[in-house]
Design a protein around this ligand. Structure first.
Ligand SMILES: [Zn+2]
Ligand SMILES: [Zn+2]
Length: 293
């Protein structure tokens, strides 16, 4: 659904088997991560988003785990001439671990079009959208980033979309990057009890400071961000849910309960992946304080 701002977010794939979020403004789109298992899976996702590759302005890469970027991603960038943005500190690893896996023709085509773009701590433009990356704690090689996108819309307004999908904890003032957002996408990877009881051999890595954010940790980050915000976001999207140690109902219920405990309610919660674009801001007339989808 598009609102009158013509801006929407579609969290089409989310979780350890692949991540792809479409930020659409007018006829153009920015992808945040596009780590799917094959080129065909990427083509299918673009089709599901009712997009053509020619409408994709850029792909922003949060970090170098294969569920966020891989050789299939770069291959499609090469074929369609789409710039891919990575943190400057991830450039060497990107080149040696991902780019090197493309065949020579695709590498030459990619380099000939200068499709690799890097960012650092400064904001940068992608078309009319201003993008700011911020570092989050996670155990990928190189740096892991969240993004804030300021998208201009009618009336001279900017809509702010803040997102972070892989992070081990929400401390150290990280909440500040989510203050005053119109839409927040935040990881709610696992239920702490389900993970602890699972016997999974790497559960300490998942729950540790370089792993993934639990439902409770996501809620606490949101509480801090929303308490500091001048207005509530029109929606929150819970992302990167574990298929083994979480479920959409539990994630939403846990976050809603903790927000309510801090006197925050009336914000629409969504759980990724979603097949439907979420208008930003969500249209007032259909806003609900009770449901989530
Ligand atoms: Zn991931
Ligand atoms: Zn990751």
């Amino acid at each position: 659904m598009q609102s009158d701002t013509n801006v929407s977010v579609l969290p089409l794939r989310s979780g350890s088997s692949g991540n792809l979020t479409v930020v659409r403004h007018g006829d153009s789109a920015i992808l945040v991560d596009a780590g799917l298992p094959s080129g065909r899976a990427l083509d299918q996702a673009i089709g599901e988003a009712s997009l053509e590759w020619t409408q994709v302005e850029a792909i922003l890469v949060s970090h170098l785990h294969g569920d966020h970027v891989n050789a299939h991603t770069v291959s499609r960038c090469s074929e369609h001439g789409i710039p891919i943005y990575i943190h400057e500190k991830n450039r060497r690893m990107f080149e040696s671990r991902i780019f090197s896996r493309l065949d020579e023709r695709k590498r030459a085509r990619f380099q000939g079009q200068a499709l690799l773009r890097t960012f650092d701590g400064e904001s940068f433009p992608v078309g009319p959208v201003s993008v700011m990356a911020f570092q989050v704690p996670h155990d990928a090689v190189g740096l892991t980033c969240g993004f804030r996108l300021d998208v201009p819309c009618a009336g001279g307004r900017n809509l702010r979309i803040a997102m972070a999908t892989d992070l081990g904890h929400g401390g150290n003032g990280l909440f500040e990057d989510f203050v005053d957002s119109d839409l927040i996408l935040i990881e709610a990877n696992h239920d702490e009890r389900m993970l602890a009881d699972s016997g999974r051999h790497d559960r300490h890595r998942v729950s540790g400071d370089g792993g993934h954010l639990s439902n409770r940790q996501a809620a606490m980050l949101l509480v801090r961000a929303l308490k500091e915000s001048r207005k509530p976001p029109s929606g929150i999207v819970l992302c990167h849910l574990s298929s083994d140690h979480n479920n959409p109902h539990l994630a939403a219920a846990t976050v809603r309960e903790i927000l309510a405990h801090h006197d925050i309610d009336g914000i629409r919660l969504h759980v990724a992946p979603s097949p439907h674009p979420l208008a930003v801001p969500f249209p007032l007339e259909t806003r609900s304080s009770t449901g989530y989808n």
